[in-house]
Design a protein around this ligand. Structure first.
Ligand code: DX5
Ligand code: ZN
Length: 225
């Protein structure tokens, strides 16, 4: 099986939220592959961010695929609305959805790539019986809720374990890592088997945010070259 290429997904949560069009422009100028959109409900995580109307507004403004990360309780509530709003990829948290088999099938039935996200405290081995339905797994390297937190290095070991399981079963599932990804860890992240790197603060707090996207890509590709 050929290795999927590195994808960079800037998280617009870390941008100036009063200028989401500007945040999208940075993604396009920097050559991002995806735009990561963090949907939070103030219940599953202690923060409130975007909902389906914002996803729809973003989809109207960019051709880049929207990678929608649901950090909400009962993510089934938002499944249709997010898919209809234009999400290209949709992930729910393992900790928030007891019926993931049904949930993943429903997302795929909408023609949207389906994923499961796992908190830092959730072992990836718990995904064994849904992995065949996952287009991707989103491994959290911070506790979800906020941009700008410190990277938890334990996540790398989890990604290596997950990559091994995926490889042994020859599944096409890819691994996405989210939280604290920056230039100084991008090579290690890629080496751990991650192909989709989410980056919020390291892009939007950089002096040249578009340049930061291509620098991250180079660093990640350097890790697996
Ligand atoms: C955290 C979010 C992340 C976050 C990433 O709950 O899911 O996507 O915005 O931001 P950084 O890269 O700053 O950790
Ligand atoms: Zn996220």
């Amino acid at each position: 099986m050929t290795r999927p290429g590195i994808e960079i997904a800037p998280s617009i949560l870390a941008a100036d939220l009063a200028d989401l069009a500007g945040a999208l422009a940075v993604c396009e100028e920097g050559g991002a592959d995806l735009v990561h959109v963090d949907v939070m409900d103030g219940e599953f995580v202690p923060n409130l961010t975007f909902g389906p109307p914002v996803v729809a507004a973003l989809a109207r403004r960019t051709k880049l695929p929207l990678d929608v990360h649901l950090m909400v309780a009962r993510p089934g509530r938002l499944l249709d609305a997010c898919c209809d709003a234009g999400a290209a990829r949709l992930a729910a948290h393992w900790e928030a959805e007891p019926h993931l088999d049904r949930w993943l099938q429903a997302v795929r039935a909408k023609g949207v790539k389906a994923g499961v996200a796992v908190n830092p405290s959730t072992p990836v081995e718990l995904l064994a019986d849904v992995l065949h339905l996952c287009d991707f797994v989103l491994v959290m390297s911070v506790n979800p809720g906020f941009a700008g937190q410190r990277f938890l290095p334990h996540a790398l070991e989890k990604c290596r374990r997950l990559a091994r399981i995926i490889g042994e079963r020859a599944l096409p599932t890819t691994i996405e890592l989210d939280g604290g990804v920056a230039l100084d860890n991008a090579a290690d992240v890629a080496r751990a088997g991650v192909t989709t790197l989410v980056a919020g603060s390291s892009v939007y707090s950089a002096p040249d945010p578009a340049g930061a996207i291509s620098a991250l890509r180079r660093a990640a590709e350097g890790g697996v070259a």
